[in-house]
Write a protein that binds this ligand. Structure first.
Ligand SMILES: Nc1ncnc2c1ncn2[C@@H]1O[C@H](COP(=O)(O)OP(=O)(O)O)[C@@H](O)[C@H]1O
Ligand SMILES: [Mg+2]
Length: 237
């Protein structure tokens, strides 16, 4: 079995419910989600389009609030925190890779990666620049640091977004179809980069994916359907 240090949950939630939309279009999107993502582990969420994967990641990433349920990050229940406290937690502890990467299009790759660092304001301008360059090199974009985001391909922009998610060295990485726009070679490279980082630095990664190969390469798979987790477990061999 696993040791104590690996069973400690980096991120967990209990009984999460979320409704979206208003009046007759109000939808009960999350219907009681409970899960634990242990330190040092990679978990995948799979399930058909519309089952609630993105909504769940947004709520766990403190970008949206649940209507009911608890979220515990690094042992702390964050349910009662103010908006300011939540955004501070998000900057310090969570890296988010969005499905549609939301880069600042006129800004360079390097500038995009430094934005979260500026928000946290822990590094000098030089330190931010060096760290952003190192992260962009790690995703294979070392030669495109000064390229404006709108002059990069979709796959390159996705890799900038992955570098950006690592900007503040977060303990928890949440990724919504992070390899959706990447070719097979880059998908594998990015997934390996993220999983190596999780193992080496005892982070945690929860990703939504349609790629069965990626899901199987992680430690745990949560299968969602209509807003509930219908099955959870290690990938069957
Ligand atoms: N703002 C919204 N208002 C109403 N329904 C929404 C809204 N956003 C998402 N939904 C619905 O919530 C469900 C789950 O969406 P989502 O979390 O994006 O699913 P997935 O990421 O698994 O494809 C879908 O049925 C979607 O139509
Ligand atoms: Mg989605």
């Amino acid at each position: 079995m696993t040791s104590d240090s690996t069973t400690f949950a980096a991120l967990s939630c209990q009984g999460l419910h979320r409704y979206l939309g208003e009046f007759e279009s109000r939808v009960h999107v999350l219907r009681g989600i409970t899960l634990n993502v242990e330190v040092g582990s990679v978990h995948s969420i799979v399930g058909p389009s519309g089952c609630g994967k993105s909504t769940l990641l947004y709520v766990l990433g403190l970008l949206d609030l649940p209507d009911q349920g608890r979220i515990i990050i690094g042992g702390e229940d964050v349910s009662g925190l103010s908006d300011n406290e939540l955004s501070q937690k998000r900057s310090e502890l969570i890296g988010f890779v969005f499905q549609f990467h939301f880069l600042m299009h006129e800004f360079t790759a390097l500038e995009n990666v430094t934005i979260p660092m500026r928000r946290l304001a822990k590094l000098s301008p030089r330190g931010m620049r060096d760290r952003a360059a190192m992260l962009l090199e790690a995703v294979g974009l070392g030669d495109k640091l000064e390229r404006p985001a709108n002059h990069l391909s979709g796959g390159e922009q996705q890799r900038v977004a992955i570098a950006r998610s690592l900007a503040n060295d977060p303990k928890i990485l949440l990724a919504d179809e992070p390899t959706g726009n990447l070719d097979a070679e880059n998908s594998e490279r990015i997934f390996k980069l993220l999983t190596d980082l999780v193992k080496r630095e005892q982070k945690a990664l929860l990703l939504a994916t349609h790629n069965p190969q990626i899901a199987r390469a992680g430690d745990f798979i949560h299968e969602m359907k209509d807003g509930v987790v219908v099955r959870s477990g290690p990938p069957s061999s």
